[in-house]
Design a protein around this ligand. Structure first.
Ligand code: NOJ
Length: 556
């Protein structure tokens, strides 16, 4: 089947923060339908819909209690069917979020599995306690630690055993050594593909299979991961899902892969192995972070180019992204957002455009996260009380235990909290940013009066129109989609790379700094081509890049 998903640009919707239609403060499916024209207008051809399934929302829908029901907060199955149909009218295909490492503890399977004699017992990973010192002391079955910084074993009084949960205790892990679990997942895939889904974004898809439950090696976070990351059993499950279900439909998968390295990724995406079509890795967003994404360190463009080169040249096809519902806003992260509590900074617009040019001139399928196209920034919250995210609270608890002072905890959380991306989309300058008539479930960023969709729609110089233009240019320029990637030059502030296809080539130069950079001769030599686009509107580069400028040149 044709890999149509290579030629389209995707857009991620995080439903609870996208558009509210019934004024309950929570985004919903009719709200999404009402904004399909805006999404279509951007030039997008795929929507990745974050979970809309029935869920008690311990982790905002990534804890599913029924894979075949819609969360009433978001609407009904009839609304969902209407969304498929309305999107199809605009030639937009929808991929669903497939969360199958764990379910909610409120899922029927898990409720039944609490009974030791139930056939569902073995759907999950139950183990007896280890004996501690002293009578009645029960210890968890191993020493692993979880992704939300807490315990991974929860004791269940009813059945006298612990169950494994790598995330929240309300997200018990499924047991992929049980073939019945794999069969259940196949049925779920068929259900959504038959409804019209065009594929799946597969949540934490490289940690499904727990080869062993032995103690983990010493580690600051996720102790034990060597027993379940990218295991052979995991590859086998993916191949089986592909062979028995996915290959029978015109669809694709993009895996979210935790702590994946290039060798693992090559196996997961190798076309001949039939596992995933592409994957999301995290390396590029961690070039200015320590300890995964949590503690900031200095950004250097050359480090970023090195990482991009590794992935651009290492995999045949990449999933490209700079933001999602788990990450900081890119204009606040790699860009120049300015003070989030006040108006946007002087270079906000320029840097948002430069980052758009970056993402949209790489080889792969770009995924734009809601609000990215208008340059939304990190939140302006003032205390932990404003934060909803379960991981941010987990991190705060861990840092407290490590005796990290409050001001530093808050500084780091502000830079990395997942709620940065989850504040409601800023549609206009009216109350609640046009997201809802009621108080939203999570605070709206106070800068919505300056940064909003309505203000940018008819402004030819806006971030929004820049995104539209570059998407349209990309769609009509095969070299920008399929061309090979070649790094040319980088230093602490600037990077230059080229895309090449046959006789055609495009050069991209990006300035990630507040400095007006005069390029050294060698670098300036790469900018000989004709300027196609520049974020500042310049037609000549003259061997320099003003602060936060991005330039696309033909040839050179
Ligand atoms: C990754 C998802 O993107 C994140 O939001 C979620 O908390 C975890 N997986 C667990 O499902």
């Amino acid at each position: 089947m044709k890999a149509w998903w290579k030629d389209r640009v995707a857009y991620q919707i995080y439903p609870r923060s996208f558009q509210d239609s019934n004024n309950d403060g929570m985004g919903d499916i009719p709200g999404i339908i009402s904004r399909l024209d805006e999404i279509g207008d951007l030039g997008v051809g795929i929507i990745w819909l974050s979970p809309v399934y029935k869920s008690p929302d311990a982790d905002n829908g990534y804890d599913i209690s029924d894979y075949r029901e819609i969360n009433p907060k978001f609407g009904t199955m009839a609304d969902m069917e209407r969304l498929f149909a309305e999107a199809a009218k605009r030639d937009i295909r929808i991929i669903m979020d497939l969360v199958i490492n764990h379910t909610s503890d409120e899922h029927e399977w898990f409720r039944k599995s609490r009974d030791r004699a139930s056939p569902y017992r073995d759907y999950y990973i139950w183990r007896p306690p280890r004996n501690g010192k002293g009578p009645g002391r029960r210890l968890p079955p191993n020493n692993w630690t979880g992704f939300f910084m807490g315990d991974v074993w929860e004791y269940d009084e009813q059945s006298g055993e612990f169950y494994l949960h790598l995330f929240d205790r309300k997200q018990p892990d499924l047991n992929y050594k049980n073939p019945r679990v794999v069969e259940e997942v196949k049925e779920i895939l068929r259900f959504w593909l038959d409804k019209g889904a065009a594929g799946f974004r597969c949540d934490v898809i490289n940690i499904l299979y727990k080869t062993s439950l032995a103690d983990g090696k010493r580690a600051l976070a996720v102790r034990g991961i060597e027993h379940y990351k990218s295991q052979e059993g995991n590859h086998a499950v993916l191949r089986e899902l592909r062979r028995d279900v996915l290959d029978k439909y015109d669809c694709f998968t993009v895996g979210e892969t935790v702590m994946v390295d290039l060798d693992e990724a090559k196996l997961l995406c190798d076309e001949s192995r039939g596992e995933l079509d592409m994957l999301f890795y995290f390396d590029h967003l961690e070039v200015d972070r320590r300890i995964a994404q949590y503690v900031p360190k200095k950004f250097r463009a050359k480090r970023l180019l090195k990482v991009m080169t590794k992935w651009q040249r290492g995999l045949d096809w990449n999933a490209l992204y700079l933001e999602n519902h788990d990450q900081a806003r890119i204009v606040s992260h790699f860009g120049a957002a300015g003070n989030p509590a006040g108006g946007p900074g002087k270079h906000w617009r320029q840097s948002a455009k430069m980052l758009a040019l970056f993402e949209l001139t790489l080889r792969g399928t770009p995924f734009i996260f809601q609000g990215q196209e208008i340059g939304m920034t990190n939140f302006d919250f003032e205390s932990l009380d404003d934060i909803d995210d379960v991981l941010s609270h987990g991190l705060n608890g861990l840092m407290k235990k490590l005796r990290i002072p409050g001001f530093l905890r808050w500084k780091w959380l502000k830079a990395s909290s997942r709620d940065n991306a989850r504040t409601p989309v800023q549609w206009d300058a009216s109350e609640n940013a046009g997201f809802s008539g009621a108080r939203p479930w999570l605070g709206v960023n106070g800068n919505y009066r300056h940064i909003n969709y309505a203000a940018q729609k008819d402004d030819p110089d806006s971030v929004l129109n820049f995104y539209k233009n570059i998407i349209s240019l990309r769609k009509s320029t095969e070299c920008l989609v399929h061309g090979e990637f070649a790094p040319l030059y980088a230093d602490n502030r600037v990077m230059i790379y080229r895309r090449e296809l046959g006789d055609e080539s495009y050069t991209v130069a990006l300035n990630f700094s507040f400095r007006d950079v005069k390029l050294p001769k060698r670098a300036a030599g790469f900018l000989g081509g004709a300027v196609v686009v520049s974020t500042s509107g310049r037609r000549e580069t003259e061997g320099r890049l003003p602060p936060w400028e991005g330039v696309l040149l033909k040839g050179g």
